[in-house]
Design a protein around this ligand. Structure first.
Ligand SMILES: NC(=O)c1ccc[n+]([C@@H]2O[C@H](COP(=O)([O-])OP(=O)(O)OC[C@H]3O[C@@H](n4cnc5c(N)ncnc54)[C@H](OP(=O)(O)O)[C@@H]3O)[C@@H](O)[C@H]2O)c1
Length: 328
């Protein structure tokens, strides 16, 4: 099969090569997917760059993807063959072969059926962004009737968090950094937006919630947003965060945390509990059954330009998820 790989970590255009590799065979409990699209997430670029130690002598990058099941291994019903699917945890959890290739073989549990109205490129945005958003939105239980603050509500994860929280019946407040991003968050279902660069987030949240504060926060930068987040969440509320690029070792007032009886949950998709991931797959499948959800493809690159796709993620400013077209 045609595939993209790297044998050492480093800058995208120095280490990523394109060529031929043996087509994988599905093992027991696995399906093989003929890939049409591969999603590039920031963590795929961190791994390639060397931000985490190398785990394998060779890596086909990228966790997420979408395509058609073309073969099943022992123990998997033949009815899976021919199904359109999206998948997550491709190049993760013990697998060096990711989705930047024409085929991948992986546990049947990691693929979810895809409705016809969702394109493969759109479906490749669902894995890490959609499932991380789901894990964070529901980290403290159902959100129906609750008020949820989503920081960075126009980001790849943040925008799915806005949409999933609104879909589940929450009132959503999103922070953004521009009018365009405010429009994007509003289109996703945010009832209120706050420009976190020009406004006092906690004061605006107090105004919107008539002093009550929000029940739950989904946060893109807990270290950087600590004051705003702690000032916005109500007593007995909860915070789920999935990144902290602003500060990894922030100074925290633990009495404030304790005094509000807060639950704080860090979230990383690949190692999150199986039941959490299964729930996310089922809910996302239900969520996308309705056409016209906003599944944002930030840009598409042919397979042989996977290095350019990685560079595009690293250059910042993407709106949604950068996708590689595996059959081009
Ligand atoms: N834990 C996990 O499992 C997991 C999963 C997925 C992603 N991540 C991490 O999460 C981060 C975001 O990923 P992504 O793919 O969603 O990136 P993205 O599409 O670039 O979105 C990030 C968004 O957050 C906004 N933002 C940045 N700093 C902010 C702050 N302090 N307050 C409010 N908004 C802020 C950015 O907008 P402005 O710059 O305009 O403010 C942007 O809209 C990355 O560091 C990624 O590695 C973690």
């Amino acid at each position: 099969m045609r595939a993209v790989w790297y044998d050492r970590q480093g800058p995208a255009n120095e280490v990523i090569v394109t060529g031929e590799l043996p087509t994988p065979e599905p093992g027991t409990g696995q399906v093989r997917v003929r890939l049409e699209a591969s999603g590039v997430n920031p963590s795929d670029t961190y791994r390639r760059r060397g931000a985490v130690p190398a785990e394998y002598p060779r890596v086909i990058p990228n966790s997420d993807g979408a395509g058609v099941v073309d073969k099943v291994g022992d123990g998997v019903p033949a009815r899976w063959v021919g199904k359109r699917v999206w998948l997550y945890n491709g190049q993760r959890n013990g697998r060096w072969m990711g989705t930047a290739a024409e085929y991948i073989a992986l546990d049947a549990d990691l693929v979810t059926e895809l409705p016809d109205h969702v394109s493969f490129a759109e479906a490749a945005t669902l894995g890490i962004p959609g499932m991380t958003a789901h894990g964070c939105v529901f980290a403290a239980g159902p959100v129906q009737g609750k008020t949820v603050l989503v920081t960075g509500g126009a980001g790849a994860v943040g925008h799915y968090a806005v949409q999933l929280a609104a879909w589940a019946g929450a009132q959503v407040i999103a922070t953004v950094s521009s009018d365009d991003k405010a429009q994007r968050a509003t289109a996703g279902g945010a009832a209120h937006t706050i420009n976190y660069r020009t406004e006092d987030v906690a004061a605006r949240v107090a105004e919107i919630t008539r002093g009550a504060g929000v029940d739950h926060v989904v946060d893109v930068d807990l270290g950087g947003n600590l004051a705003a987040v702690l000032g916005s969440v109500r007593e007995n509320g909860s915070i789920a965060y999935y990144a902290s690029n602003g500060a990894l070792e922030p100074k925290i007032n633990l009495r404030a945390l304790m005094g509000k009886n807060l639950t704080v949950r860090g979230f990383v998709l690949p190692t999150s509990p199986h039941a959490t991931r299964k729930r996310a797959q089922l809910d996302i499948a239900a969520f996308i059954r309705t056409p016209n959800r906003i599944l944002s493809v930030a840009g598409e690159f042919p397979l042989y330009q996977t290095a350019a796709a990685h560079l595009s993620v690293e250059s910042g400013g993407k709106v949604g998820t950068v996708v590689v077209a595996c059959a081009r």
